[in-house]
Design a protein around this ligand. Structure first.
Ligand SMILES: [Ca+2]
Length: 107
């Protein structure tokens, strides 16, 4: 044990190591918990995998999956078609619109 000016440096070093270990573990926990939180938000939307292909290139990437947490859908009407419009929750702007559901109105 090293003493200088009445201070036990071994004790302080152990306390610093413990504090550093808790900081490292806290940062690691945040790095793991945040993506899991976003992924759970994306899963809670209930979209199927192909539906989350937001740029319509035929593939759903992990980034598109994670961004699904901030995208909602609403039905809109275009002429006689009923379409699904996917929009960003942050600003309400449309991300993609899927049409093709034909509505037949009985006379
Ligand atoms: Ca895509």
């Amino acid at each position: 044990m090293l003493y200088a000016c009445g201070v036990r440096y071994g004790y302080r070093l152990r306390e610093l190591k413990k504090t550093f270990l808790f900081l490292v573990l806290g940062v690691m926990a945040l790095l793991l918990v945040y993506p899991a939180y976003i992924a759970l938000g994306a899963l809670a939307r209930g979209y199927d995998w192909r539906e989350m292909d937001w740029n319509s290139d035929g593939r759903t990437t992990l980034s598109e999956f994670l961004s699904s947490a901030d995208i909602a859908k609403r039905s809109i009407k275009r002429g006689q078609d009923v379409c699904w419009e996917y929009y960003a929750l942050k600003d309400g702007l449309p991300v993609r619109t899927d049409c093709g559901l034909r509505v037949f109105i009985r006379p």
